[in-house]
Design a protein around this ligand. Structure first.
Ligand code: KPL
Length: 312
């Protein structure tokens, strides 16, 4: 009797690098939507200790999910790499994969702040590189314990020409998240998110207040000045946006996420490095290139750097 040759099983469609709040929630939602996913971890011990994900969805339902773990040594079997680490961890996490990640594998970056994609493109010049932006809320309340805390919008778009054919990524994300769009002008969406993060994150972290408390009159002047600085820089970058519009959007986000501790406040509270370089640091660099003064942003940047230097 001829031997039947079984087709080799395909590696998972998604490899997620980063098992923080957002990485855990995305991995869970992708798996629940029927897509195959694995999470890449650097720490083998952590992976062995906690074989399952505890995931609470927006409707409060709890799921115990068996999501396969992978390690950098398994990188050759990657079909799509979704990078969801903190901005400052992206390059240290990706550098060991140089020369090992097959060149046709699309890399999707999803993080706060800007200015990282340029460096990733230099490390992986042949790979399709994409940027994703999301406003979904996510919380990690223990090792591999995640909660989806808010439904938001998500967008994905190409950073380099090789990424242009990967529009299916947006459809697959939409199946998991309820909505996700493809946007060729993805850097415009990144700037809109950056503006909100530049206004909310350093202020909430320095004053140790929730996002909602920023709507109090004592923050009105700082927020107004910040919105003018951001609009000046964004206009110089070619975007048509007004300070009033930025202020309105930021206050709307502060109200929508009123109970939240911003990610920068959470980092400060946990004694972790913040994402100030990728957020306000990126803004300062752009402002300098255009010769635009941004004194309030600069003061906030220096104040956060000082706190970090003092161990927060
Ligand atoms: O993205 C955020 C963050 O905390 O980093 C906001 C929008 C401010 C919500 O908390």
């Amino acid at each position: 009797m001829p031997r039947r040759i079984m087709p080799a099983s395909q590696p998972p469609l998604w490899t997620i690098l980063g098992a923080g709040a957002l990485g855990g929630v995305l991995a869970s939602l992708l798996q629940l939507s029927g897509q195959s996913v694995r999470v890449m971890l650097r720490d083998e011990q952590r992976a062995r200790l906690h074989p399952q994900f505890d995931f609470t969805s927006l409707d409060g339902n709890q799921h115990v999910l068996d999501i396969p773990r992978a390690f950098p040594s398994d990188i050759a079997q990657t079909r799509r790499l979704l990078v969801v680490t903190k901005a400052g961890q992206i390059l240290p996490a990706l550098r060991p994969l140089v020369g090992k990640l097959p060149r046709e594998v699309p890399i999707v970056l999803l993080h706060n702040g800007m200015g990282i994609a340029e460096q990733v493109a230099a490390l992986f010049p042949d790979n399709p590189l994409l940027i994703a932006v999301t406003s979904h809320g996510a919380l990690r309340s223990g090792h591999f314990t995640f909660r989806h805390t808010g439904k938001g919008e998500s967008w994905v778009g190409p950073y380099n020409p090789a990424a242009q054919q990967h529009t299916a990524l947006a459809d697959d994300l939409a199946r998991a998240l309820g909505q996700a769009g493809w946007d060729e002008q993805i850097t415009g969406r990144q700037w809109q998110k950056l503006a909100i993060n530049c206004m909310i994150n350093p202020l909430t972290a320095l004053h140790r207040v929730t996002n909602g408390e920023l709507t109090a009159p004592r923050f009105a002047e700082a927020l107004e000045q910040l919105s003018v600085e951001l609009a000046d820089v964004m206009q110089a970058e070619g975007m048509s946006v007004s300070a009033d519009e930025l202020l309105r959007r930021t206050l709307a986000v502060a109200e929508l996420t009123a109970e939240n501790h911003s990610s920068m406040l959470q980092d400060m509270e946990a004694g972790r490095p913040t994402e100030i370089e990728a957020i306000t640091g990126f803004l300062l660099e752009c402002a300098e290139r255009h010769g635009i003064a941004v004194p309030v942003s600069r003061t906030l940047y220096q104040a956060i750097k000082e706190k970090q230097a003092q161990g927060l």
